[in-house]
Design a protein around this ligand. Structure first.
Ligand SMILES: [Zn+2]
Length: 77
């Protein structure tokens, strides 16, 4: 019995990057319990809706991050 454990072998979750159009940090907008759509919060920028190609901006969000996002939204107003 010499199994290795403790090392995470799966890749890290996708990180939200900056908007390729305007450089604003992209935000995740929850559309379902565990799925968020990544979009640019900048009013003057329509990313990703201005993309010709249908890009994959749907990301899986785990419960911890859902709470995080909800908290951010609450504290924003
Ligand atoms: Zn943008």
């Amino acid at each position: 019995m010499g199994g290795k454990k403790g090392e995470a072998s799966y890749p890290p979750p996708k990180q939200v990057k900056d908007c390729p159009e305007c450089g604003t940090a992209l935000q995740k907008c929850l559309i379902q319990q565990n799925y968020a759509f990544v979009m640019c919060p900048n009013d003057k920028c329509a990313y990703p809706f201005n993309q010709r190609e249908n890009i994959q901006n749907l990301v899986y969000v785990d419960d911890g991050e859902v709470i995080d996002t909800a908290t951010q939204r609450l504290s924003k107003g």
